[in-house]
Design a protein around this ligand. Structure first.
Ligand code: MN
Ligand code: MN
Length: 472
């Protein structure tokens, strides 16, 4: 390394004024890298256990209860250090660690979503065509449909019976269990298909899932393959065809989370978006001792379809939870909301050199450069987004720098290249400060998404730091 006096004036000035170009994984200590690898082993276990929003909430409760969290009792006054969780319809959860100040001066929030793009069964899914039994599906969230063909799928979810009993379904994960797939046309006969634009090559109504092919033995009846499948389902789950109407059954990729690359630096898995923020945000709350302000991690459903519905961010569940805590403390609920601040914990698109033209290199996030702060998302001229204030951005980057959390900033692709949104704008509507902070992802929304282990760990460090650093 050159001595300081050997450097030119320009070199010294650059050092002072330019963003540090070498900020990234190369500067991290071996200790920090192995801490990241260790953290990610647990994250990968969570990924395999929690492929749907219901499974994620269940897994979160297990982790929380082991760490001393108990179910929130509305109206009860809690003490600093108390740890509680409240569940909304098994698909949305809020976990709080009560701070020394309680919530009267606002709370610190991290909110991530636990739903991911997938194929949902239609309410009347089962049919027979040319002696094959098939499921009709309705895709959920933004997918490139062709990516979901010819890969093994597992069926997860619940069937609620008229009796009030709820049957859980999870089939296709173990190698001993059968799995399912959407069939695709062989290239030999696809001359017409491949000439179509990508969006028309494969339509929503083509996403039919193969579920059986052997008939029930009886020569006199029709639809015997369908009958055989219904009979198997009746024997296994006690259901009949009408019960599909009161079910939430989701087809997800059957593969497990895997190390990626010779160097094992990355994780390939289904549903990083947004478990890759949900898990770190959850563990960050669990790891809090007695914070100054009450900290709250919320895991929401339905982000991928616009945060609609009673388990999405647009529902009043979180607001009611915070207002109830405020009331128990004798604090003014509206003031609690207004003085709260939030990290909207969601992913951004990592720069992909193969598709470089979709990005603007100076304002993109990169694998291994740490957690990404996204000041705004949206589309076009910043439509449909919350644009975090300069002051709040300054607070967040100061906290991260002070605690040596590796971070970067990024927009979602180039201007007018498309766009997207997060829950941030719904949080902003509560009159809170909020900014998106999360992990850069390659192949976002594909059945196999890729993230860097360092970035996952830095997300955890960012949330923990945010929860435990006093405001200036
Ligand atoms: Mn997301
Ligand atoms: Mn998404």
């Amino acid at each position: 390394m050159a001595k300081k006096q050997d450097k030119s004036e320009a070199a010294l000035l650059k050092e002072k004024l330019f963003r540090d170009p070498k900020k990234g994984v190369g500067r991290l200590s071996d200790k920090e890298i192995s801490a990241a690898d260790k953290f990610c082993q647990k994250y990968m276990k969570f990924l395999d256990e929690a492929k749907t929003e219901r499974e994620a909430v269940k897994a979160a409760v297990e982790i929380a209860e082991k760490a001393g969290f108990t179910e929130y009792i509305p109206g009860k006054l809690y003490n600093p250090g108390d740890r509680v969780y409240a569940i909304n319809r098994k698909k949305n959860i809020a976990l709080a660690v009560i701070g020394k100040e309680g919530c009267k001066n606002g709370v610190r929030l991290a909110i991530a979503h636990v739903d991911s793009p997938r194929l949902d069964l239609k309410p009347n899914p089962l049919y027979e065509a040319n002696d094959l039994a098939m499921f009709k599906t309705h895709y959920y969230g933004g997918i490139k449909k062709y990516q979901w063909t010819a890969i093994p799928l597992a069926l997860h979810g619940v069937i609620a019976l008229k009796s009030g009993k709820v049957v859980e379904v999870k089939i296709g994960e173990k190698s001993s269990e059968p799995c399912f797939c959407v069939t695709d046309l062989l290239p030999h006969l696809a001359q017409e298909q491949v000439k179509k634009p990508g969006s028309q090559m494969f339509t929503g109504e083509d996403l039919n899932v193969l579920v059986g092919s052997r008939p029930f033995k009886d020569d006199s009846e029709s639809e015997l393959v369908k009958l055989n499948i219904l009979n198997l389902l009746y024997e296994e789950y006690g259901i009949t065809e009408d019960d599909f109407l009161s079910a939430e059954l989701e087809l997800v990729p059957a593969h497990k989370a895997r190390d990626m690359g010779f160097d094992r630096s990355m994780i390939g898995a289904y549903g990083h978006d947004d478990r890759v923020c949900a898990y770190p945000a959850l563990v960050a709350a669990v790891d809090c001792d007695v914070p100054e302000k009450t900290v709250v991690t919320v895991l929401v459903d339905k982000e991928e379809i616009g945060s609609e519905g009673n388990t999405g961010m647009q529902s009043d569940f979180m607001r009611f939870f915070l207002l109830d805590m405020a009331k128990a403390e004798g604090a003014d609920g509206n003031m609690v909301l207004s003085h709260s601040s939030c990290l909207s914990a969601d992913v951004n698109a990592a720069f992909d050199p193969t598709y470089a033209s979709a990005y603007e290199a100076n304002n993109s996030s990169y694998i291994n450069k740490g957690v990404v702060i996204t000041k705004y998302t949206g589309h076009g001229g910043k439509y449909d987004t919350s644009d975090a204030t300069a002051e709040y951005m300054a607070q967040i980057r100061a906290i991260l720098d002070e605690n040596k959390v590796l971070w970067q900033s990024g927009e979602l692709g180039k201007v007018d290249g498309g766009g997207g949104g997060t829950i941030a704008k719904y949080v902003a509507n509560l009159n809170m400060d909020v900014v998106d902070l999360g992990v850069p992802v390659l192949s976002m929304h594909a059945p196999l998404e890729v993230v860097s282990k360092i970035d996952v760990y830095m997300a955890y460090r960012a949330f923990f730091t945010f929860f435990n650093t006093k405001e200036k």
